[in-house]
Design a protein around this ligand. Structure first.
Ligand SMILES: Nc1nc2c(ncn2[C@@H]2O[C@H](COP(=O)(O)OP(=O)(O)OP(=O)(O)O)[C@@H](O)[C@H]2O)c(=O)[nH]1
Ligand SMILES: [Mg+2]
Length: 297
């Protein structure tokens, strides 16, 4: 039997719903999701295998004009992904008012066009519409670009049109043996997922700017035969003044972040853990190439 296999990049502006989509497709929480833009920082693979096809989805950071070194690395992740992919999914929020005029002049449009690969437009969050017909003018408008092989309205949150999307993608995949073991769904290790769980808690627990100045580094991850596993992580921030905010009055805030992270980590690892969190200041880490490198950027 001939099998099909290939890479599918998920790209779009911050907050377009990329991570929600990869999670819905894989029916697993692989990539963290928050209401804030620029949540995803590293490319995350989600591998969907059936009897005769294997689709390797790649969730990427939201596309922006980079202002500092960390953002340059995020954009490089997107470029790397679209260059090595077989198919590109561009996500566009149905409520995005900038629409086609802006998209036509954007660097993202240029980057996608240069690849000469099949591109689908996914109009996302259509559950926000009162009437599904409201999406039709947007489809007509984007059709004028003659860039998209398919235009599919979806809602990953309500799981509408996801199966149809997967079937359509399969039609475009190259014939190829499977590129990964049929049983694995991602390539990142537990350390990565644990650091992402902690980062997600930070996004939800602190105000506007702080999560953007924060990174997580896992120092120790000890799986023990008996008893709790031991995990020690640093919460890296940029300024001393942020330390107070992270820790909170009498350490209450950090304690509650740690508690909620521990619970999510335990359900992810299916094992009880002891989680230790330290707060470390690394001035301007987002602009420091060697610190970024040590953090995997
Ligand atoms: N109503 C609705 N909300 C959605 C849908 N998909 C995603 N969202 C919400 O949109 C917000 C952003 O979703 P993400 O999946 O984190 O978006 P993203 O494109 O990965 O964002 P970045 O990683 O920052 O680039 C979250 O609050 C999601 O719950 C959808 O289909 N319908
Ligand atoms: Mg994301």
């Amino acid at each position: 039997m001939n099998t099909k296999s290939g890479y599918v990049s998920i790209v779009g502006k911050p907050n377009a719903g990329k991570s929600t989509l990869i999670n819905a497709i894989l029916k697993t929480k692989l990539s963290i999701v928050t209401p804030k833009p620029q949540t995803t920082r590293k490319n995350i693979l989600g591998i969907l295998s059936s009897d005769n096809s294997q689709i390797i989805f790649v969730d990427t950071p939201g596309f922006i004009k980079p202002r500092y070194e960390l953002q340059k690395s995020l954009v490089n992740n997107i470029i790397e992904s679209v260059q090595g992919t077989d198919l590109i999914l561009v996500l566009f929020e149905v409520s995005d008012k900038e629409k086609i005029e802006f998209f036509k002049t954007s660097d993202l449009f240029k980057l996608i066009k240069e690849q000469n690969k099949p591109v689908f437009l996914l109009i996302t969050k259509i559950d926000q519409l009162k009437d599904i017909k409201e999406v039709l003018p947007m489809i007509a408008e984007f059709n004028q670009l003659i860039l998209f092989k398919e235009i599919i309205p979806i809602t990953a949150l309500k799981n509408a049109n996801i199966d149809e999307l997967i079937n359509t993608i399969e039609r475009y995949l190259p014939e190829s043996p499977f590129l990964f073991d049929k049983d694995i769904i991602s390539t990142q290790n537990d350390r990565f997922f644990v650091s992402e769980i902690i980062r997600e808690k930070i996004f939800f627990c602190y105000g506007d700017e702080l999560p953007y100045s924060t990174e997580i580094s896992i120092n120790e991850f000890k799986e023990r035969e008996k008893g709790k596993w031991f995990i020690s992580a640093d919460i890296i921030i940029e300024r001393d003044s942020q330390k107070k905010i992270i820790i909170g009055k009498k350490g209450e805030k950090l304690k509650s972040v740690g508690e909620s992270a521990r619970q999510s980590i335990e359900s992810f690892l299916n094992h009880s853990v002891f989680l230790e969190l330290f707060v470390k200041v690394r001035p301007k880490w987002r602009d420091n190439k060697s610190v970024l490198k040590s953090l995997g950027y």
